[in-house]
Write a protein that binds this ligand. Structure first.
Ligand SMILES: Nc1ncnc2c1ncn2[C@@H]1O[C@H](COP(=O)(O)OP(=O)(O)OP(=O)(O)O)[C@@H](O)[C@H]1O
Length: 337
């Protein structure tokens, strides 16, 4: 378990961490998620001991390490741009921590072979870092961080510099690696899809504070506030409320008749909107709409079947209604038809 309590860190008058308290359970993969400048890296670096807190404490595995140097915190750290030893082979890079700890050679060989297998770099031990792809280099970095059996693995946007496809592959790989080695892992990312995909728990940061901590599905379905909701996925504003695009139902005649009778569509929780664009995204169809009353643009996500049944055409009017809002999980919004 990692426990950070009342962490504060100022740069001049700017609060990078503003009273942050968080428990990171042993064996979990926890993501620190937030926009640029929200304090994610500062929090991670404080856990690592690379940043000294102005106040607050860091406890790792029951030991108060607030004033302990990074080398003595029993952590492995991987940065976005991993500084490999260029003149050393992959094997020697991975073995580095074990060598400086003066471990016997057979133990080092065994450990390095095992780790190269785990990170999928079997057969690459004699290459130099320059002869690896970006993804392979980051996997080597992970092997090096894991070589000394750290209590905690800290990852600061480890796949941030790689292209989208490699990134997605590596996060799936990281999840599998974590299931295999179970080391308590903290991952900094600004990519909500990455956090939702790999983490057991997500802490959402904003302006140096934690907005919410929870399991991915909890945060997605029951966000504590508008910030968390908007940060974890697309949102649309309907009748002043934020809803997910896939929680919007589009309709035609019955709603239209009802709305005309009542005078205003809004009073019935129904929004009159013009179809601006219909985009086919495989199974799903995204419908870009413009609220006819306010001019606000929003998108709804419907199935191919629903889209076909509605014969959606650009320029036409449809009626949009939220079927579910996060503040009322699982509840249908009552519509008095
Ligand atoms: N050494 C420093 N001196 C001054 N300001 C700093 C320093 N390090 C960080 N900051 C500021 O503290 C804030 C938080 O930085 P931090 O790196 O923790 O954010 P982040 O959430 O990791 O952002 P990013 O995703 O862009 O890396 C930022 O506004 C940053 O400019």
């Amino acid at each position: 378990m990692i426990t950070v309590t009342g962490a504060r860190k100022n740069y001049g008058s700017f609060a990078a961490l503003d009273d942050v308290t968080i428990d990171i359970p042993s064996g979990s993969l926890t993501a620190l998620l937030g926009p640029s400048g929200s304090g994610k890296s500062t929090l991670l670096r404080s856990i690592a001991g690379l940043e000294a807190l102005d106040s607050g404490t860091v406890v790792i595995g029951g030991k108060d390490v607030t004033n302990v140097s990074p080398q003595k915190r029993d952590i492995g750290f991987v940065f976005q741009h991993y500084a490999a030893f260029k003149h050393m082979t992959v094997r020697d890079n991975v073995a580095f921590g074990l060598k400086i700890r003066k471990r016997p050679k057979p133990e080092i060989d065994k450990k390095v072979n095992e780790l190269l297998g785990i990170v999928g770099l079997d057969g690459f031990q004699h290459r130099y870092p320059a002869q690896l792809s970006g993804g392979q280099r980051q996997r080597m970095a992970l092997a090096r961080a894991l070589a000394v059996d750290p209590q905690v693995l800290l990852l600061d946007e480890p796949f941030g510099a790689l292209d989208a496809k490699v990134r997605t592959d590596l996060r799936t790989w990281l999840r599998r690696l974590h299931d295999e080695v179970h080391v308590t892992t903290v991952l900094v990312t600004h990519d909500q899809e990455e956090a939702l995909d790999v983490a057991d728990r997500i802490a959402v940061l904003n302006k140096g504070r934690i907005e919410q901590i929870g399991e991915p599905a909890d945060l997605y379905d029951r966000p504590a506030n508008d910030f968390v909701m908007s940060f974890l996925g697309s949102v649309a504003k309907l009748n002043g409320q934020l809803v997910r695009p896939h929680d919007i139902r589009l309709g035609r005649d019955p709603d239209m008749a009802l709305a005309q009778k009542a005078g205003t569509a809004e009073s019935l929780g129904v929004t009159r909107a013009t179809v601006e664009r219909v985009v086919h995204l495989g199974f799903e169809v995204r419908v870009d709409l413009r609220n006819e009353a306010t001019g606000e643009r929003f998108s709804a996500q419907v199935t191919r079947g629903d889209s076909a049944a509605l014969h959606l055409q650009e320029g036409e009017t449809v009626y949009a209604r939220a079927t579910r809002v996060p503040e009322l999980p699982e509840a249908e919004i009552p519509v008095s038809l």
